[in-house]
Design a binder for this molecule. Structure first.
Ligand SMILES: [Zn+2]
Length: 141
């Protein structure tokens, strides 16, 4: 599988977006589900039909030595069709680590999903406040 997929944290089974969340892709999942649900973080986990664990969105971080990341949280801002986001992830070979990945998309267009998002200081403060609100984290960062 390429791009973004869902993968079980327990048994490792991979699934595509239509199977798990009835959307065609990562970008339509963000646009049609996450945004409409005001970044409801519970949408980012799905019970695995084969074991007791959860499935999460998974993707490869483009490094020389490829790293596979699983998504824990996504929060973002919307300005018309521009949606810059912060993803909290962990590398599958080091699950206790947390990596924060800043990307964007325009509408359902996935083009920016591999491009860096830029935030002003004010926007970052608002993003971190949203993160705290959506995740229950007392302090962040
Ligand atoms: Zn499983």
């Amino acid at each position: 599988m390429s791009g973004y997929w869902w993968e079980c944290e327990g048994c490792g089974e991979k699934s595509d977006f239509p199977t798990v969340v009835s959307t065609l892709s990562m970008s339509s999942f963000v646009w049609d589900k996450l945004l409409r649900a005001d970044w409801d973080q519970s949408l980012l986990v799905s019970p695995c039909p084969h074991c007791q664990a959860f499935r999460r969105i998974t993707y490869e971080f483009p490094r020389k030595d490829k790293v596979t990341l699983r998504v824990i949280h996504i929060v973002g801002r919307q300005s018309e069709d521009y949606v810059p986001m912060m993803r909290e992830t962990y590398p599958t070979d080091s699950p206790k680590e947390r990596w924060f990945d800043f990307k964007y998309q325009r509408g359902r267009n996935p083009w920016g999903l591999n491009k860096a998002a830029v935030f002003s200081r004010q926007e970052l403060q608002e993003l971190f406040m949203l993160y705290r609100g959506k995740t229950g984290a007392q302090e962040f960062p």
